[in-house]
Ligand binder design. Sequence first.
Ligand SMILES: Cc1ncc(COP(=O)(O)O)c(C=O)c1O
Length: 378
Amino acid sequence: MRNNETMHFDTAIIHAGRNPEFAATPIHMAATSKTYYTRGGNPSIREFGQAVAVLEGGDYAVPAACGMAAVTQTLLALLKAGDHILCHRSVYDWTDWWIRDEITRFGVESTQVDFRDAQAFSNALRPSTRMVYFEPLSNPGLDLIDPRRVIADAHSIGALVVVDNTFLTPALLKPLAYGADVVLHSATKFLNGHGDALGGVAVMNNEDLYQKVYRSLNLHGGVISPFNAFLIRRGMRTLAMRMARHCENALTVAEFLGGHPAVTGVRYPGLPGDLGYALAREILPDGSGGMVGFTLGGGQAALDRFTTSLKLIRPWVSLGDTGSLLYGRHPEPRKGIPEGFARLSVGLEDVEDIIADLGQALGIEMTTDNQDVFSTRK
Ligand SMILES: Cc1ncc(COP(=O)(O)O)c(C=O)c1O
């Protein structure tokens, strides 16, 4: 689908892609019609895709069943045996596994390096590097990566740049404006914002890339349900307001955690002292997102006890919902992720209630026999 709309961001959030005949998106559940077969898209699906394309500043969008469908179809479409993909050292677990263990089954070589290290990054590029892949704010470690440098270096050797913008959303960062070739989303997260539908999308400006990714998605069948496309498009109408509140709450929570004696480290690029702080001031003027990372001195055991004491914040996977979610069981030791690391998706609740819940659970943890671990920490 091609986007040819231009309007201000806050207006586009409401109106982009809309069928002018209706005030809300009609849900087209028909599997087939005079003009479409739904595996290749239909009006409800196209409206969702076009809206994301407009917000990201892209010409084309390929909606997908979920974020992983967008990731895998984009990589399958654009890589072939003999190509090399260079990925940031830490990306979403399932993307990480896919790039390490799955695409390599098809003769693609993959390596990972810390993209924040400019020298290591350029040393890792090869003549065969066809694609460079990263999340500008990485899951789960919240490494902030400079898209300007990575994109310029990758393009200098003719590699494509694919950026997963799930954590920041176009409300905070637009990678296509820096020259990225494809922007991906798990629309399940902040774009939808309400935790009630899975979806994904790939956005690009180049028609050839679009045709390849669209064909791949159609071939492999990772189509989004029209009902989910409707729900996500509906959720997106409040994206700008939600992201502003996520950012405000997250900064307050990061400041609270940074001052708490049970917490050994906090990661939030909007927090002075964070490794990404200077870069965040340059590229994230509207806020550093709704995700905060922190580490407890007592390691995984302390984190497990802390997690079971939470009353408001739910200790479940996923992120970007209205309600706060905490994820603290990383399935294998991760590059750059310390033991006892928790990823908190700060919700839209009153921030005093979020802090009260964190405070009471940290208080319980500190009164356990791990107290001595914390007392030697700072
Ligand atoms: C950064 C990122 N990309 C992709 C995905 C995959 O999205 P989905 O769960 O919609 O397949 C996730 C899921 O958590 C994610 O956090």
